[in-house]
Design a binder for this molecule. Structure first.
Ligand code: GAP
Length: 606
């Protein structure tokens, strides 16, 4: 293992340990040995998540005039997941180990070198038999005895008690096979030969209703987005919003991830913060504004414009989301991956992944996709309920178009449609049929007819972020260690969590200098009572003041307020009712009047 990989593991271990020690994140069901890919947030973690949620909610909905919120249920009619494509295509390709039935994601098998060892089967003195051939990769440098022991152990753990003692299992008809280089056909952990790749659906199934038959099957939602699409018309009709506008939602999502990993990064239960921002199709913008503004390097994204096409809206949301991350202290650890046409899902016109530097590598934090009208159209078709909206401005503008202008637009859409048919057929490795072209022509004519009458199914830009990943990203970015020498000359490693004040679970620690001085304690309690109505504070009177500062540094608390003898006026009236305000990151300490404290702190933490 490379030094970088070892350092990354060590760094993650320290972060996981801090999260447990300070009550940020615990393993779920820990007293029963845990529950794979599921995590619980302790007192500090719960506050951190709440702060992140609030920053997202406020930035994305309350502070905007064009976005509304939604809080939909986790369980929905399973028809939603059929229409969205999740039932048929939300799957990872998996391969199964022929030795242990352990599954691995097909794209997660690293190439390996070694020699294939074949056996016709195995038996044991208990009478147990394995009557099928076994192929195992003896990895480069592995001793044959070590391989045999490994195979016996794996067989025994799969067979259970029937196989008897591991050392008494006999492997039959051992034969050396091919020497392979960079093979991806053996399980990375067990070495057993892998079967063909098969899709494994990631949705978690459950039953709705008491009979628990197949007819009652539904799913725990694998994303929050679909509820937004399913409720689009209700929100639109009840809010009198006009397109462009968005609907945001925060909530739990569930995926039966095959290999949950990297702490909370890939979990089976997690929270998403998703915005579906509905825009006019470019053709509607063109009719209304005469011309569609498309993206060019350096274009002004500060304020949305009526002539923006989908490209500008997509870039705008990438820019907005970048500013969001800057606002929570992640600005300098972001990277962007613009998906190539080969990466894109069939319905997406563009997608950018916002990546973040984690100890285990640079990984996706959020995806921002331009999804066209795929989702609303899919629900329109499946539910047979119209998802079109009527746009008066469009109808008025379309009425002014000449017949030639309408024909030109129709011809362009027909041409686009023909290209789509060809591309789809090419992807499916077949020739496009006359029926394909006829169906597309009909659909394009229908689109144009509806458009000229002022109707369309809105298109969508979707910034989709994971709350748990965001929490992990801010913790990993904030984690720092420094070496300190104490009064007795002893060196110790001090951990400081440099969390941005907006997201820090505790904003201020309030400390009386000494706990046996009633006047200090009373004043400190007064200050605590004053602040806690406005922000999460922590009152601490135990241990030395240095120790108390260190405890709060480790919890990520950005400010400390100490009430000392000056506060009580013992060092002159000019210092009475002032406190020491300590800034965690700079170590700076300043004297502040109690009456000025709130005014000083509030803008820093909100
Ligand atoms: N509606 C689009 C959608 O769900 P996604 O890329 O599958 O897109 C969006 O998920 C975000 O949700 C990801 O960028 C990530 O932050 C988060 N996410 C997805 N799967 C996750 C998992 N297993 N554990 C934690 N977060 C996850």
């Amino acid at each position: 293992m490379s030094t970088d990989a070892k350092n990354a593991i060590a760094q993650m271990e320290k972060i996981v340990s801090l999260c447990k020690r300070r009550g940020f994140i615990f393993q779920s069901s820990e007293i029963y040995g845990g529950c794979g890919g599921v995590w619980d947030y302790g007192p500090l973690g719960a506050e951190l998540k709440r702060n992140l949620r609030n920053v997202w909610w406020n930035t994305m909905t309350r502070e905007r005039e064009d976005v509304l919120g939604l809080d939909a249920s986790i369980l929905m009619n399973p028809a939603i997941w059929k229409a969205s494509g999740h039932v048929d295509t939300f799957a990872d390709l998996m391969r199964e180990c022929s030795l242990t039935n352990k599954r691995v994601r097909a794209d997660h098998v690293e190439p390996q070198d070694g020699v294939v060892m074949n056996y016709s089967g195995a038996k044991s003195p208990t009478g147990w038999k394995l009557a099928r051939p076994i192929s195992v990769l003896m990895k480069k440098g592995e001793h044959i005895e070590s391989l045999r022991k490994r195979v016996r152990t794996l067989i025994a753990s799969n067979a259970g008690e029937a196989a008897g003692k591991v050392e008494e299992i006999e492997l039959l008809d051992e034969a050396k096979g091919d020497t392979l280089e960079r093979t991806i056909d053996f399980h990375p952990e067990t070495g057993g030969a892998l079967g063909d790749a098969r899709p494994f659906n990631l949705m978690l199934k459950t039953y709705l209703g008491p009979t628990a038959t197949e007819a009652d099957v539904t799913y725990l939602r694998p994303e929050t987005a679909q509820a937004i699409f399913a409720q689009f018309k209700n929100v639109y009709d009840s809010s009198r919003m006009k397109v462009p506008f968005g609907i945001g939602q925060i909530g739990k999502a569930f995926r039966n991830e095959v290999t949950p990993k990297n702490f909370t990064f890939r979990s089976r239960e997690f929270e998403q913060m998703e915005l579906e921002f509905f825009i006019k199709p470019d053709e509607a913008v063109e009719i209304i504004s005469g011309k569609v503004d498309t993206w060019s390097e350096g274009a002004d994204l500060s304020e949305p414009k009526p002539n923006w096409g989908w490209q500008m809206w997509h870039r705008y949301w990438v820019d907005q989301r970048t500013k969001f991350y800057e606002g929570i202290g992640l600005g300098d650890v972001l990277e962007y991956y613009w998906q190539t046409p080969e990466d894109l899902a069939h319905y997406a016109r563009a997608c950018v992944d916002i990546l973040c530097e984690f100890p285990f590598g640079t990984e996706e934090l959020e995806g921002i996709a331009a999804r066209g009208d795929f989702d609303l159209s899919a629900h329109q078709t499946a539910s047979t309920k119209s998802q079109e909206i009527f746009d008066e401005e469009l109808k008025t503008a379309a009425a002014k178009l000449t017949a030639e202008q309408k024909d030109a637009l129709r011809a362009r859409k027909q041409e686009e449609g023909r290209n789509t048919v060809k591309k789809k057929a090419e992807k499916e490795r077949r020739e496009p049929t006359a029926d394909d072209f006829a169906a597309m022509e009909k659909s394009m004519n229908y689109f144009c007819d509806r458009l000229f009458a002022g109707n369309y199914v809105p298109h969508v830009i979707e910034p989709s972020a994971g709350l748990d990943r965001m929490a992990l990203a801010v913790i990993a970015k904030a984690f720092s260690e420094t070496e300190k020498v104490d009064e007795k000359g002893k060196k110790e490693i001090i951990t400081v969590l440099r969390l941005h004040p907006r997201v820090a679970p505790i904003k201020v620690g309030v400390f009386p200098l000494l706990k046996n001085k009633p006047e200090l304690v009373a004043k400190a309690r007064e200050v605590y009572a004053l602040l806690k109505k406005h922000m999460n504070c922590f009152y601490d009177e135990t241990a030395s003041i240095g120790r108390r500062y260190a405890r709060q540094d480790e919890a990520g608390t950005p400010f400390g307020v100490t009430i000392d003898f000056e506060t009580c006026g013992e060092k002159g009236p000019e210092l009475a009712d002032t406190v020491t305000l300590r800034h965690r990151d700079s170590g700076e300490q300043e004297r502040v009047k109690i009456t000025d404290l709130l005014g000083k702190l509030l803008p820093l933490v909100s």
